[in-house]
Design a protein around this ligand. Structure first.
Ligand code: BLA
Length: 316
C-alpha cells in the first residue's frame, strides 16, 4: 500500500520516515522533482529494508549560499545497496536539478542507477540509465546478463526521448545500451514522459536487485569494488554539475558534496587516482587536465542499434 502525502512526516534536515508506515520519505516542501524522489523511496522500500545513511547527519541540513534556492540532500542504505542518495535543487528562475543514484554493495555486480536531470530556462538536459559496472562494449556477458531483457524498455523510451546529440566521448563507456540521453524544451507532457521513464527504469533496477546474488569469490568482489571506484573517480572529477554546485555552495563545500556525498566511496573504495584510471588526462607536473574531455564531443546519433550492439563511431 502506498502512503498518502498527508501521512508523510518530514524528518529534521531532510530524510525522515513516514510516521505511520515507517517508510522513508522526503520533506513536504514542493520540489518539482519531488514526486520522482518520493516514488523512488516508496518503491525501493517495497523491495528492501531502507535505513538512513550515516551521511545524512553530515549533509542533510546543508544550506545554499543564497536564500532563494531550495535544496534537499537525502541518503539511505539497504541490503545490497551501499548508498542511495539524492540531491534536488529548486532555484530561482526555474533552475531545477535532480541527481539521484543508487550504488550497489561491492558484493554485487549490479549496474548503478543513475538519474541526472538539469532544467534551466526551459532547457532540459537528461541522463537516465542503469550505468554498467563493466564496459558493455568489452564485456558482452555483462551486457547480456543485465540489458538483454531490458532492450524493449530502452527502445520504447529512445523513441519518446530521442538522442540528445554529441556528448563528451568518454561518457559513453559509462553508459548502457538502454541509456536515455536527451534534451528537450520544458512542457508538462515531456515532464510526464520523463516521470514515466524514471519510474520504469527504477522498477527495472529494483527487479535486477531482487535477483542479485551475493558474490562470494573474493577476486570478483575486488573487481566490482574497483569498477565502482573507477566510476566514482570519473564522476567526482568530471561531472558537468560541478560548476552549478560551486555557485550554489561555494568551492570548498561543493567539493565536499561531490566527493563525500554524491560520489561517496571515491575516498574509501579504492586508492587509485584519477590519473591511474584515466592517464590520457595527465598534463605537465602530473596535474589533471581540466578539460572535461580528451576525445571531444562525439556520437551525434544514438550509437546503439535495436539489439543493443554498439555501432558508434567516435568521430561522427
Ligand atoms: C550537461 N550532463 C551534461 C551532459 C552530460 C551530463 C552527458 C552533456 C555535456 C557533456 O557531454 O558532458 C551527464 N555525464 C553525465 C552523466 C554521466 C556523464 C550522468 O558522464 C555519468 C557517467 N548535471 C547534473 C547536476 C547538475 C548538472 C547535478 O547532473 C547541476 C547541479 C548540470 N549538466 C549540467 C549542466 C550541463 C550538463 C549545466 C550543460 C553544460 C555542460 O555541458 O557543461
Amino acid at each position: 500500500r502506498r502512503s498518502s502525502a498527508a501521512e508523510l512526516g518530514g524528518g529534521g534536515g531532510g530524510g525522515g520516515f513516514a510516521r505511520r508506515t515507517g517508510r522513508p520519505c522526503v520533506r513536504a516542501s514542493a520540489l518539482s522533482y519531488r514526486q520522482f524522489v518520493q516514488f523512488a523511496l516508496d518503491e525501493t522500500a517495497l523491495h528492501t529494508r531502507v535505513a538512513p545513511s550515516p551521511l545524512q547527519e553530515r549533509f542533510g541540513s546543508m544550506k545554499p549560499l543564497d536564500d532563494k534556492t531550495e535544496i534537499e540532500l537525502l541518503s539511505y542504505e539497504a541490503p545490497k545497496i551501499r548508498l542511495l542518495r539524492s540531491l534536488s535543487i529548486q532555484g530561482s528562475k526555474g533552475l531545477q536539478v535532480l541527481d539521484f543514484a543508487m550504488f550497489p554493495e561491492p558484493e554485487y555486480d549490479l549496474p548503478i542507477f543513475c538519474a541526472n536531470f538539469f532544467t534551466a530556462a526551459e532547457t532540459n538536459i537528461v541522463v537516465l540509465d542503469l550505468n554498467p559496472l563493466y564496459d558493455v562494449v568489452k564485456h558482452k556477458e555483462y551486457k547480456d546478463k543485465y540489458y538483454e531483457g531490458l532492450m524493449s524498455l530502452g527502445l520504447n523510451y529512445a523513441e519518446l526521448l530521442p538522442w540528445g546529440g554529441k556528448l563528451t566521448g568518454e561518457s559513453l563507456r559509462f553508459f548502457s545500451p538502454i541509456v536515455i540521453w536527451t534534451r528537450f524544451k520544458s512542457s508538462q507532457h515531456m515532464h510526464d514522459v520523463l516521470y514515466s521513464a524514471f519510474m520504469d527504469y527504477l522498477k527495472a533496477w529494483l527487479g535486477l536487485m531482487d535477483l542479485g546474488i551475493r558474490e562470494t569469490d573474493a577476486s570478483r568482489i575486488i573487481a566490482n569494488r574497483e569498477a565502482q571506484h573507477r566510476y566514482l573517480t570519473w564522476r567526482a572529477e568530471k561531472d558537468p554539475g560541478y560548476e552549478v554546485l560551486k555557485r550554489l555552495f561555494g568551492e570548498t563545500r561543493a567539493k565536499n558534496v561531490v566527493r563525500s556525498f554524491l560520489f561517496d566511496g571515491v575516498n574509501s573504495l579504492g586508492s587509485k587516482t584519477f590519473l591511474d584510471y584515466f592517464p590520457e588526462y595527465q598534463c605537465e607536473e602530473g596535474r589533471v587536465n581540466e578539460k572535461r574531455s580528451m576525445l571531444g564531443k562525439s556520437f551525434a546519433t544514438r550509437p546503439w542499434n535495436r539489439k543493443g550492439e554498439f555501432i558508434g563511431n567516435r568521430n561522427d
